[in-house]
Design a binder for this molecule. Structure first.
Ligand SMILES: CC(=O)SCCNC(=O)CCNC(=O)[C@H](O)C(C)(C)COP(=O)(O)OP(=O)(O)OC[C@H]1O[C@@H](n2cnc3c(N)ncnc32)[C@H](O)[C@@H]1OP(=O)(O)O
Ligand SMILES: CC(C)C(=O)C(=O)O
Ligand SMILES: [Mg+2]
Length: 554
């Protein structure tokens, strides 16, 4: 990178900032939320939403619980204008929701905006003009005083139209490009507007302090917000609002620190859609609060449903690793993560915990509409026995012995590695069954018969190398007798038999499963499994499966 000297720091930090906010470490209550999806989000789409698409999105925002929604820039286009008219004329705005519209501080644009608002029960009229050094010098080519004049003239006009029409309007003013504006000037222009708009406790004015372009670290923004909170006229009648964009990837940090510094309100979008790198993602902000025990007053219990609508109407894609919402954010592929998650989930179940403490998962996936099944533990070559065992148990009811899980783990990850593919849960079940269950080559056990005296005697009919024969064994228990028959009659050597059985509780069957592990002479472990209505049969089948695997059979 050769040209770093091309760039300068264009923000205005606050000298000797009190930084009272730094003592706080989390946002302890929900701010007023305002969705700007239908305006800032929409104005940055390749194809802005149609009227019908905006309507669908609006209804979704209402369902999520937004009480303030910036529905558009009515003077921008016919669609924008007609959308606002449709909301008003078709009475689609719930009584507890306030719509917001954006306007430049230009007379014809303001007038058109109020035209579009006719008949609205209430609305926030949002006026903006740019205040940064670059905008003043390059775009507007005006002095500070002239820039204040644009804002004051705009404020006077919206106030007078509102008074004339006796509409139920609240006002919002944004010094656009605020963070690149000298703070004393930002306070001066906001105060000039406040003095015109004359807020009251019943009709507060919203002062929105946007990070129009993100050019600094988040603590600088927090200092700027603290400064404004300390210097705005009539602070008690002002709602300080934040509108962070995300150019440096710090939209969430800016918002959270800005709230700590005294702001009351956030403007943002779902999934962070918006100009350039987007606006702050309200889902992340809300879920960050939620994950620390704070009710966000927005309902994200069904994020997959929200994604479906969002992707369809905006033609955007939700990034797989987008916090809380991405398809992969609750998925663990790697062995040690899976192991910890599986143990954490078990711990939670055993202790019947109400609180969420599962490692690697900051929130319970079910709280945002994601399922544990198939979504959390996913298997590839990086996976391990803990995760694979957990999946077989949770999804299919196979509670495999701890010692067998390692074998299954290496088997699955090896297959995934060679195929260079993720293994889906149904493939894992199929491989598991194929590899361990009901092995009949080279020894096919056809029948058995037990007689119990003071010990157990078994006669087994087997087929081996095309030849049918009976073998006999004795032992303390049934499996012991079968094992003795195999080792003594067939001259197969193994030792240290491990055994586990359980009823299969998942699925429609009421079958029993048995797992048997044996060691060959070198100490290598071979596992087999059997499934049957009868637990004895399941265990005999499992032992023959293990023996057949030891003999390299199928
Ligand atoms: C940071 C943001 O997201 S701000 C919102 C941005 N969103 C949009 O712009 C989407 C909707 N906008 C539009 O459809 C159009 O820009 C319109 C209809 C509003 C205005 O259209 P036009 O007048 O044709 O064009 P344009 O926006 O380029 O106007 C630029 C003029 O307005 C002035 N201007 C721009 N913003 C403002 C403002 N907020 N207040 C007062 N004047 C402004 C410019 O200085 C420029 O003045 P000049 O004609 O003397 O050079
Ligand atoms: C209109 C303003 C608030 C805006 O969108 C911005 O500054 O990013
Ligand atoms: Mg914006």
């Amino acid at each position: 990178m050769k040209h770093a000297n091309k760039y300068q720091r264009t923000y205005f930090n606050v000298e000797n900032a009190p930084m009272r906010w730094i003592k706080k470490d989390y946002v302890d209550h929900a701010p007023i939320w305002c969705s700007v999806d239908l305006r800032d989000g929409n104005q940055s789409l390749i194809i802005p939403m149609s009227l019908e698409e905006k309507l669908e999105f609006f209804k979704m925002l209402v369902k999520v619980g937004f009480k303030e929604i910036e529905v558009g820039f009515p003077a921008a286009s016919e669609t924008e204008y007609e959308f606002l008219r449709a909301l008003i004329d078709q009475n689609l705005i719930p009584d507890d929701v306030t719509i917001q519209v954006l306007t430049q501080a230009r007379e014809h644009i303001i007038r058109k905006t109020f035209d579009a608002l006719k008949g609205a029960k209430k609305a926030i009229v949002h006026l903006y003009n740019s205040t940064s050094v670059a905008q003043r010098e390059q775009v507007f080519k005006k002095s500070k005083e002239e820039i204040i004049q644009i804002a004051v003239d705009g404020a006077k006009l919206i106030k007078s139209i509102a008074d004339e029409t006796k509409g139920n309007y609240q006002f919002e003013y944004s010094p656009e490009s605020f963070t690149q504006t000298e703070m004393d000037f930002a306070a001066d222009i906001c105060n000039a507007v406040i003095d015109v708009l004359k807020p009251t406790p019943e009709n507060k004015v919203i002062i929105n302090l946007p990070v129009t372009v993100q050019v600094s670290m988040p603590h600088v923004y927090a200092n700027q917000i603290e400064y404004m909170c300390d210097h705005l006229h009539e602070r008690e009648n002002i709602i300080v609002s934040l509108h962070p964009h995300n150019d440096r990837g710090c939209g969430v940090a800016d918002s959270e620190m800005g709230l700590l510094a005294g702001a009351d309100r956030i403007e943002g979008t779902l999934f962070g859609n918006g100009e350039r790198t987007g606006n702050v993602d309200i889902i992340t902000l809300a879920m960050n609060m939620y994950s620390q025990g704070v009710e966000p007053n927005l309902d994200f219990t069904n994020i997959p449903e929200i994604i479906e609508v969002y992707e369809r109407v905006t033609r955007m894609h939700v990034y797989e690793r987008s916090p809380y919402s991405g398809e992969l954010v609750f998925a663990a592929f790697s062995g040690s993560h899976q192991d910890a998650i599986a143990k954490g989930m078990k711990w939670r179940e055993e202790k019947q915990l109400d609180t969420w403490t599962v490692p690697y998962l900051p929130v319970d996936p079910q709280d945002v509409g994601r399922q544990y099944d198939g979504g959390v533990i996913r298997i590839n070559s990086q996976s391990g026995k803990g995760g694979i065992g957990y999946l077989l148990e949770q999804k299919y009811g196979y509670d495999t012995p701890k010692e067998m899980r390692e074998d299954i783990g290496y088997l699955m990850k090896g297959i995934s590695d060679h195929r260079h593919q993720e293994l889906k849960s149904d493939e894992i079940l199929e491989i598991f069954k194929q590899e361990y269950f009901n092995k009949t080559m080279p020894i096919h056990m056809l029948d058995y018969h037990f007689v119990r005296t003071n010990e157990v005697m078994v006669t087994l009919t087997i087929e081996m190398n095309g030849e049918k024969r009976d073998i006999v064994g004795r032992g303390n228990g049934r499996l012991d007798a079968v094992s003795n028959a195999i080792t003594s009659s067939l001259n197969i050597n193994y030792k240290d038999l491990l055994y586990k059985e359980h009823a299969l509780t998942k699925g429609s069957t009421s079958q029993a499963v048995a797992y048997v592990g044996i060691h060959d002479e070198k100490g290598l472990m071979y596992w087999g499994a059997g499934i049957h209505d009868d637990i004895i049969a399941a265990s005999v089948i499992a032992l023959f499966s293990a023996v057949n695997r030891l003999m390299g059979g199928k």
